[in-house]
Design a protein around this ligand. Structure first.
Ligand code: PMT
Length: 396
């Protein structure tokens, strides 16, 4: 995924132990396609050298307001002239205080004052420094000035104390930057989704399940959260990290999923059924492990409730999006399901294209007809699906 392709980022690294994590952040931002230019403060350079950042970013590292390498000697202006954002990570209490008051006594703070691009700040400091009224006043002022803060997180600190003040992990910061550039198509909306397979127990050891990996659903949860939605992800058993901004409710069986969906539904604007829910479950689940006897064994199956149909059948349903996984006749079966379940939108895919893998080939079906999307990665398709569904949502 090259989600930051074409983006120029100026990364300010200030003095703090978390500066070592900025090296990994540069690598991740670069991997996501960003052109990263590092500005190292004097304090930052005490923790990590310019050589490291130069090697990882592939660009010169800037430390000095009077750097003669800039042709016109205007590094303080030129570096951010065509930047998409300045990100300061880690941002010390000191730099935040300077930004609040418009001080410009080094290259980084001067760049921040002279910029016309967004400023993103990832604080990192001891918990008492973070909690200090002066820092909290600065945080409030920075927010009022339109600065975006990422974190801090709570946890164990380099000083041995525990509390708020840790810098977000590089992966979280990279996700936050990617999210920052996404259009807020679902701002203020609440989205409830199902994800992954269900597991229908036969006995305490065995069960009926399927090979849904959850990748399509988790990609959609991420895209919805990055589009500004509050996301509840009712998920069957998959081992995927929960996307930032989504809240996961873990379930196993279709019955548990049904219950969790209805518990999460009040206030939902959108319901998306991505889970590969088992249509049937064993009529009874043995209390103890079934012993091998050598004789034939039959398992009676009983139908599970259809979660999507039950949600769409509510008197005032949220905007319902279904998925249809077929092995043939995609147009006919997917459109048939959309009409049978009275859905405004269904996403059709062939299991041979979409089940388990990283890519998918999908067709969207709505009242206006069929809209095929080019084959792409699941996160990329997720963004396209979000854009399509946002266009169909009633205005609030
Ligand atoms: O998880 P991945 O490996 O990334 O794979 C993605 C996927 C192939 C699972 C996904 O793209 C997909 O197609 N999900 C829907 C799978 C499915 O169960 O389709 P279906 O045609 O059987 O069901 C139609 C719709 O009804 C789906 O929205 C399903 O979630 C819903 N349903 C089905 C049965 C049931 N008892 N309750 C439901 O809510």
């Amino acid at each position: 995924m090259i989600e930051l392709k074409g983006r120029k980022l100026v990364l300010g690294v200030t003095g703090g132990v978390a500066a070592y994590k900025a090296a990994e952040l540069v690598r991740l931002l670069g991997k996501a396609g960003a052109d990263v230019h590092v500005v190292l403060t004097e304090g930052g350079a005490r923790f990590v050298t310019a050589v490291t950042f130069q090697a990882l970013s592939g660009n010169r590292v800037w430390t000095d307001l009077w750097d003669p390498r800039m042709d016109n000697n205007m590094a303080h202006i030129d570096l951010t002239r065509d930047a998409d954002a300045i990100l300061i990570a880690p941002a010390s209490a000191d730099v935040m205080a300077k930004l609040t008051h418009g001080l410009a006594d080094d290259l980084l703070t001067t760049l921040c004052l002279a910029r016309d691009c967004p400023l993103l700040v990832a604080p990192a400091m001891n918990r008492q420094m973070w909690e200090h009224p002066a820092t909290q006043r600065n945080v409030a002022q920075l927010r009022a000035d339109g600065v975006t803060l990422f974190g801090p997180a709570a946890g164990e600190q380099a000083c041995g104390e525990v509390g708020l003040g840790r810098m977000l992990e590089p992966e979280e910061l990279c996700e936050a930057v990617i999210g920052f550039f996404q259009p807020r198509l679902l701002a203020g909306r609440r989205v409830v989704m199902t994800a992954g397979p269900t597991f229908e127990a036969i006995d305490p050891v065995r069960g009926i399940t399927n090979s849904s990996s959850g990748k399509m659903a988790y990609g959609l949860a991420r895209a919805c959260a990055q589009a500004g939605a509050e996301v509840v992800l009712v998920s069957g058993p998959v081992a995927l990290p929960v996307p930032a901004g989504a809240h996961r409710v873990s379930v196993r069986s279709a019955l548990e999923m049904h219950e969790a969906v209805f518990a999460a539904l009040p206030g939902a604007d959108v319901f998306i059924g991505v889970a590969a829910v088992a249509d049937y479950r064993p009529a009874t689940s043995a209390e103890h492990k079934i012993k091998k006897s050598g004789a034939e064994l039959s398992i009676t199956l009983t139908p599970n409730p259809d979660i999507l149909a039950d949600v769409a059948g509510l008197p005032n349903p949220p905007f319902c999006v279904g998925f249809a996984a077929e092995s043939r006749n995609l147009d006919e079966y997917a459109e048939g399901k959309r009409k049978a379940k009275k859905l405004p939108l269904i996403v059709g895919n062939l299991v041979q294209d979409g089940l388990g893998g990283d890519d998918n080939l999908v067709v969207l079906y709505d009242a206006a007809g069929r809209h095929p999307l080019p084959k792409a990665t699941k996160p990329d398709l997720a963004r396209a699906i979000v854009a399509h569904l946002a266009g169909l949502l009633p205005q609030v």
